[in-house]
Design a protein. Structure first.
Length: 146
């Protein structure tokens, strides 16, 4: 397996990474993904892709380095997904190790992510990977004002 970081403009973002990312984020269209990365890259958003030995993209991670008062400096994982046909094959573990390498190189104190409450299989994986459940994440949808 090979894991690489993809920069804006790399055609593999849309042709190889996006189909895997859409398994987690089905609302993403090619245009929306392009717009998000164009804006998000300036805010620190990066994407990494895992490739199987046959060259197929089997994993995707969206991540950023964040400075804040609670953790000081962390690598925050926005998205982490292994292609359904490649699960339980070590892709997720390799992606976490890759992201941890970025975090350590940047001097981060933590590697953090959120996971939807309905994703119990992912939760088992994160616990096996020695993540701790340290907070509740609260969200309020902002509907357009009348």
């Amino acid at each position: 397996m090979k894991i690489i970081d993809l920069e804006p403009g790399d055609p593999r973002l849309e042709t190889e990474l996006l189909p895997v990312l859409r398994e987690l984020r089905p609302h993403l269209t090619q245009e929306l993904f392009h717009d998000i990365y164009a804006t998000g890259h300036a805010q620190g958003l990066r994407f990494s892709a895992a490739y199987a030995d046959d060259g197929a993209c089997v994993g995707a991670a969206g991540w950023r380095i964040v400075i804040n008062t609670s953790t000081v400096k962390q690598l925050y994982v926005d998205d982490l997904v292994t292609s359904e046909n490649a699960r339980s094959g070590g892709v997720g573990h390799a992606m976490i190790a890759h992201l941890e390498g970025h975090a350590r190189a940047a001097g981060c104190h933590e590697l953090d992510l959120d996971s939807g409450t309905h994703r119990t299989g992912a939760h088992r994986f994160y616990l096996r990977e020695r993540f701790d459940i340290v907070a509740f994440h609260f969200s309020r949808e902002l509907k357009p004002l009348p």
